[in-house]
Design a binder for this molecule. Structure first.
Ligand SMILES: [Zn+2]
Length: 466
């Protein structure tokens, strides 16, 4: 029997072990999409204890705790930090086969050199040891990133964000690039009249451009796009149920914008028309600047209105949706391609039933101008686990070129998430190793090692040009 989580964790063959240890392991990390708070990096903070770094804001863990029958008081509520940790520690043994079990123990090993498994009995000692380490200079957030060999990371930022923290980090001369990403989700949230109008007013004041028409609104948002570029931004991102690609005329969009600005609710056909129009404009800016545009597709958010009312968004009430992705996605990409305004694009899919759809969709618009110009992005959120990654990479292998894949990202809010890159690399090496040993692939380790190094690091490095 193999030891749990030893140096050959997830590497089932000798060849897989060789590929991982000789080619993948030492490569730096480009984490091109995450939700880390830039202010914490700017101030290079230390966390006081393991609860702060693990349980504040981690809805994956909260969901597991709730499922295990833990009261909300210990997830997001008023319980003290150690009380919350005890409940999490007691939950961990019940997370066997959920990725949380692997993530938890990889994080304990990689950041703290703790090899004990976490449960109710080991909780106190682990909490004390990890918390004491977290308070030392070696565990400031910048040092946590250094420890994980991160070279570049991109946060997720609203167009109205001042980006003052990114500017401070750059001015400090921090050697890891901390770059913003332009995510205009709120800018197109016309489903909520009052929130949208407040948002337009905010764009107006932040950009200094007065907004009395749709074209003014675009001008103001474009000014923010230009500002993001000046701070080093090279990627945009969108969180959408699905792409929208309705036909529209300028007059229609002008009237729809005036209607919502006068405080009137839009009907569904108007909502999708104006969203279609905005998405096309944003995409054109990305193309002009040579940015990479990312689309996270397929989540049904905020399903539990009672809990949403109590705790707000991103607290663990979202799930995989079953939206119809294909036609609108094809039509959206085609509209941009037709005028030669299609930027490098990554499509992230949340419903595994759509994996093959995504893997074949990208081939329609890969035109030879840039290797892997249109990407089927890494398995994401509920699919960010062994089975999800294998399925995504199998679809990509079978229907496109896995060798041109830009690889893994954390998409996380936690500084403790970086071992997920290691997790991905092990799974990748295991897939190749197994097929080499089966005789399905040639026993050419230098070449296979090169492909693996490309997927882990070099493809992203060439693609994003950070
Ligand atoms: Zn994200």
């Amino acid at each position: 029997m193999k030891k749990f989580l030893n140096e050959n964790f997830l590497l089932q063959t000798k060849t897989a072990q060789q590929l991982y240890h000789e080619f993948a392991k030492q490569l730096p990390v480009i984490d091109y999409h995450n939700h880390l708070p830039p202010d914490q990096i700017a101030n290079d903070i230390n966390f006081e204890n393991l609860t702060q770094v693990w349980l504040y804001g981690d809805h994956y863990k909260w969901r597991a705790m709730r499922t295990n029958g833990v009261d909300e008081k210990y997830c997001t509520g008023s319980a003290g930090d150690y009380e919350k940790f005890e409940k999490w520690a007691a939950t961990v043994p019940y997370t066997l086969r959920n990725p949380l079990y692997h993530w938890t123990h990889l994080e304990l090993q990689r950041y703290f050199n703790i090899e004990t498994t976490l449960n109710a009995d080991s909780a106190k000692a682990i909490y004390e040891e990890a918390s004491a380490k977290l308070q030392t200079a070696e565990y400031s957030v910048r040092n946590l990133l250094r420890k994980m060999n991160v070279k570049v990371l991109c946060t997720t930022d609203d167009p109205t964000d001042s980006l003052e923290h990114h500017q401070k980090i750059a001015a400090d001369g921090f050697e890891i690039k901390i770059l913003p990403a332009y995510r205009p989700d709120k800018a197109m949230h016309v489903d909520d009249v009052s929130a949208f109008n407040k948002y337009v007013n905010k764009v107006e004041s932040v950009s200094g451009i007065s907004v009395s028409s749709y074209s003014d609104y675009l001008k103001a948002l474009k000014a923010r796009h230009d500002f993001f570029e000046s701070v080093g931004c090279k990627v945009s991102d969108h969180g959408l149920e699905q792409l929208y690609a309705e036909d529209y005329t300028e007059t229609e969009i002008k009237n729809i914008f005036e209607k919502i600005r006068s405080g009137k609710e839009l009907v569904y056909s108007e909502i999708i028309k104006i969203k279609s129009a905005m998405l096309i404009e944003f995409a054109k800016w990305d193309c002009e600047k040579g940015w990479v545009q990312q689309y996270h597709l397929g989540v049904i958010r905020n399903n539990n209105t009672r809990m949403l009312g109590q705790l707000g968004a991103d607290t663990g009430w979202d799930s995989i949706g079953d939206f119809s992705q294909g036609k609108a996605l094809a039509s959206f990409l085609n509209k941009l391609d037709a005028t030669n305004q299609l930027a490098k694009t990554i499509l992230y899919n949340l419903n595994p039933a759509d994996n093959e759809l995504m893997a074949t969709m990208i081939g329609n618009f890969n035109d030879g101008s840039v290797a892997g110009k249109i990407q089927f992005g890494s398995a994401w959120w509920f699919l960010d686990q062994k089975d999800g990654m294998v399925k995504q990479m199998n679809a990509l292998s079978n229907m496109s070129l896995l060798s041109k894949f830009v690889g893994m990202l954390t998409d996380s809010r936690s500084f403790m998430s970086y071992p997920r890159h290691e997790y991905f690399r092990r799974i990748l090496c295991n897939m190749f190793g197994e097929e080499i040993e089966n005789g399905e692939l040639p026993n050419d380790l230098p070449w296979t090692g090169k492909i693996i190094s490309d997927i882990c690091y070099h493809n992203a490095s060439a693609y994003f040009r950070f």
